[in-house]
Design a binder for this molecule. Sequence first.
Ligand SMILES: [Zn+2]
Length: 466
Amino acid sequence: MPRYAYDLVLTGGRVIDPQNDIDAVLDLGIKDGHITAVSEGISGEKAREIIDLEGDLVFPGVVDSHVHVGRGRGVGYRMTAAVGVTTMVDFGSTMDDFLAGFGERGVGQTVGALYPINRELSDRDAPQGEIAGLVDEALAEGSLGIKIVGGHYPLTPETTSEIISAANERGCYIAFHLGTTETGSHIEGVREIPELLGDNRMHVAHANSYCRGMVESPAEEILETMQLLDRLDEQVVAESYLGTINGTSGSCSDGKPDSHVTRNCLTMRGYSPTQDGLRQAIADGYGNVRVEYGGRMVLVTGTEGVKLWEEKDTDMSMSFPVNSPQATFTAATAKNEEGEFIVDAISTDGGANPRNVAVERGMALVRYGALTLSELADKLSAAPADMFGLKQKGHLGEGADADVTVIDPDVGLTRMTIAGGRPIMLDGVILGCGGTVITTAEGAPAVQEAGFSSLVAEAEQGRLYR
Ligand SMILES: [Zn+2]
């Protein structure tokens, strides 16, 4: 058997790798899951397989910094692989839920999960010892960090602040869907950040989504949010998404939606924030329930939507078309006085939520002139890899993991997704299976014991922050 220098060579594509300052037509040589050569004219004779990418864009594999693929949402793996995602972080799954789904439905990507602090804790305020114990437990089970689901299931400011402190003390990644019992998932939740954060650090989830015009106009709200995030640049990382629909829960108890976000959506359009109001909103085509159909999640509304929602006793994921295009555009493109992006990354908050539009709408922003290709690759890949301490990802330098997203520039869509040197999606067909779990040094033993390969995020100075 001949010995090959490369398992795979990708030839003739335009390589966009901002971290290594590359924008040029080059070949990539891949061996044992890593990039081992980036140069012109790599000889095909040395390769086991060659893929000709002439005319295509070659991006570092997309790192989606905010998705939902756990808790019965495993269909999200196929949906994200179809749009170029090679690495992602689930924003709110226990490790049991996450690993069960990933083992069953993984398609070859590298995925971590943040432990959700949500409804159970919000019904009663937990004493400090319990919070610290919760953080330790989450890390030991293999969670990459924790997420406070405040906007949906608010905690008091005191408890919220204690969780942020407890996570920071342990160097545990902490993400926050803004909002407490005193504010909400809107601009007042943004205004509350400095008080809750103190000297700590955190990840502000979906920076665009607090600017739907609930208090001021979307234009004023997004400007205020950008100013505050810029001021807190040293302490905060953030992503934003480009989708029009949101993601929330349709679940109701005692005649009311459990999620405060769902209540907001109803109030915004003049519906009563009750179960009856929600039924009417679905019947009218404003509320959409999500169901799996044909290997993906689709939105259903109107009479059929109401029927499905009632069959499930209201316990369904939902979406409303509430995002302001002005806010999503500004969050994706705004820069500070130094010319740096205020919001670090473009995410989707998608996965099983059918709004995995980061590449598609990111390419539209490039065509519009709002981002360069290098800036887009930075926001889709380099910056989010850095956010989670993934040094082998987010770039295409020698030694990097061979994660590649191939984009057809004519239509602005992903054509091929390569993870660890293997194509996992080609022209819409999913080819991959299994995957790797992103965890911390503390969680790696639990992940391996569960039978998964693990990637340990490399903390800077003991923290998972840049
Ligand atoms: Zn989310």
